[in-house]
Design a protein around this ligand. Structure first.
Ligand code: GZL
Length: 356
């Protein structure tokens, strides 16, 4: 009888261990375990800030997904300062987190900190924006001069393709919206200077038009589109409005098209256009990027013409990829986001189901 009781006791303890996900204490770890893991993992995330609707949607997606996956998220808002990002990542290393995700505010200045993560044995996920010299393709793992080996994988959009999509929408629609012109003058509101979102959209737009990517101003190879103004609005509504006011002062009647690298700057520019007594989306055709709520409201109201989607809902992909990495499963060097294009022909129908 005593032997039988001892065997039953051992079996009872063993079943508790498996029921708790097999953690060291047999499921006794606080807060349960991360989905797909046998313990609760800790992620450090260095986010740029809260400069736009897009950024807020991205942050909300990451925080919601961390809860969904039961991941302990250490979140840092850098308020647009790279120095704050570097400090946050150093802190995450000191805290010995399991994995670090970061959105580089600009493309340069990441080699040292990412090598500190490598030395600490902490994998890193580059989210949304990328770093200089990275083409986000798997590289020779022994070549540490290749930035693609400084981080584990990149999750985000193809920014050059977004610039290409803007140019394609413009050349397909502007002649119909403003017929009878031989040359269309373009004003461009650039995003944060040196960010991969800005450099990608800047280059993709020009490549598609046949304008050398190194030049801010220039004329398309077919002679129909001429970039006459190009300046940064740093992805914010306030600066988008300020720069558009200056554009309208220097060129009151020359601008046919506004290409804004994000919708927030386009929305600021719309206010400047209205205050200058012009009709947005008619006198000046307005194309943004992101496809945030404010852009859908403007397209439905008829004050904005189009927005090229850049998907901020990256949270689920970030958490799923983090678990794969920590489970030593193979991950793509670039996990690409899926996106569409919206304009006044499809915005009203799509708006109700938008998540941001
Ligand atoms: C793009 C993202 C950009 C958005 C802006 O992936 O980095 O930053 O287009 C945001 O709205 O500020």
């Amino acid at each position: 009888m005593k032997k039988l009781l001892a065997i039953l006791l051992v079996l009872a303890v063993a079943s508790m261990a498996f029921a708790g996900g097999g953690g060291q204490q047999g499921g006794a770890s606080s807060g349960g375990v991360t989905r797909g893991m046998n313990r609760k993992i800790v992620m450090g995330y260095s986010q740029i800030g809260a400069e736009s609707e897009w950024r807020t949607a991205c942050t909300n997606s990451v925080q919601a997904a961390a809860k969904e996956w039961n991941i302990d998220l250490r979140f840092s808002d850098a308020q647009q300062q790279q120095q704050n990002q570097l400090q946050a990542i150093r802190t995450f290393i000191q805290q010995k987190v399991d994995i670090i995700a970061f959105t580089p505010v600009v493309e340069t200045g990441w080699e040292a900190i990412l090598k500190e993560c490598l030395d600490a044995g902490i994998p890193t996920i580059c989210v949304d924006r990328s770093i200089e010299g990275s083409d986000r393709k798997a590289a020779n793992p022994n070549d540490m001069t290749d930035p693609d080996n400084w981080f584990t994988c990149f999750i985000g959009s193809d920014m050059e393709q977004e610039g290409n999509r803007v140019a394609k929408w413009m050349t397909a629609n502007v002649p119909k919206l403003k017929p009878g012109k031989s040359v269309y003058n373009i004003a461009e509101l650039q995003g944060t200077v040196g960010s991969s979102a800005m450099t990608g959209r800047f280059k993709g737009f020009r490549d598609t038009l046949g304008i050398p990517a190194a030049t801010a101003l220039g004329t398309s190879s077919d002679g129909k589109y001429k970039i006459i103004l190009s300046q940064t609005g740093d992805f914010t509504r306030a600066q988008g409005k300020q720069v558009m006011e200056a554009f309208l002062k220097s060129n009151p009647n020359d601008i046919d098209v506004l290409f804004a690298h994000n919708d927030d700057m386009a929305i600021g520019a719309i206010q400047a256009i209205q205050e200058a007594g012009k009709v947005p989306a008619k006198d000046i055709i307005i194309i943004g990027v992101d496809a945030v709520k404010g852009a859908f409201e403007a397209m439905v109201a008829g004050t904005m013409n189009a927005s090229i989607e850049c998907n901020p809902l990256l949270g689920p992909q970030v958490m799923e990829t983090a678990v794969k990495i920590l489970n030593k499963q193979a991950v793509e060097k670039w996990v690409v986001s899926n996106e569409s294009d919206y304009d006044q022909t499809n915005a009203a129908a799509a708006f109700p189901s938008r998540q941001y």
